[in-house]
Design a protein around this ligand. Sequence first.
Ligand code: ZN
Ligand code: ZN
Length: 310
Amino acid sequence: MERRAFLVSLGAFAAASPARAQDAPSWSAPVIDMHFHMRRTPELNIAHQQGAGVTAANLLTRTDSAAAVAPLQAQHPRMFPCWFSATDVTKPDAEKLLTQAVKAGAKGFGELKFPVAADGPEMRRVYALAAELDVPVLIHFQEVSQAAAEGGYNTGIKRFGAILKAYPRTKFIGHADAFWANISADYHEQEAYPTGPIVPGGVTDKLLSDYPNLFADTSANSANNALSRDPAFTADFLKRHQDKLHFGSDCNCEDGKGGGAAQNSDRVAPRMRGKCVAQETLKLLTASTAPEIFRKIAWTNAHRLLGLPS
Ligand SMILES: [Zn+2]
Ligand SMILES: [Zn+2]
């Protein structure tokens, strides 16, 4: 390079650096947030992506909010390439509403978080429908009551192997505290977010190994907490399940930087309060695995699961 051009480019770099530092973080691969609850306005949806340096998001909607998806997708097709739809699975019209959502373009069911058993009749009909329509089902597994979500949802994860076997054509995405606490073999529903080293051989780790139709998203405090417990275990877990995991945030912050009332409330787990879960988990994944595996978890796996071009 000629000296003058070199100096000019150095100057350009120096001028650009401070701006970049204040801007969003950048990750080693493009990122799709597969667990992004659609927000009230287009601006709020966009702000979280930009603040956290996230390329795209899968919008999680209820069947009655699906109409708001179309204009957002039309305006920002790269940022919002896909959406999932959920409805109360205990209601008799659940199958009809979920079918309509898929016909309207939904790429999956979820998040399904209703007070039923994961192997009960309500969810079994959803699993059968998901296989018929060839869309995945995103499930919130919770056994321990919490301030932000009392009671249990999709209970009985320790029995879930029978469901994975009974519905081989259904693609399941595991999420939430009971899913992630059960990667450790010593978990007995003693608390939502257990700490300390992982005991190998946990139920959900085994299910991920044994059943090709089980996937998981790395969203929320539940996944971040589980993957922060034992760095050596985490590195091995990410390596072993590198084709079954995809990134998700389930973050409540407004700006992709931990701001806003919801992410600073006492209903948020203290370790995540005031922080952006998307950023925290992307940092954790970056530190815990090789760039090739990060790319799969952050981008490629989700695209393959949903049949989207990447
Ligand atoms: Zn959830
Ligand atoms: Zn956030």
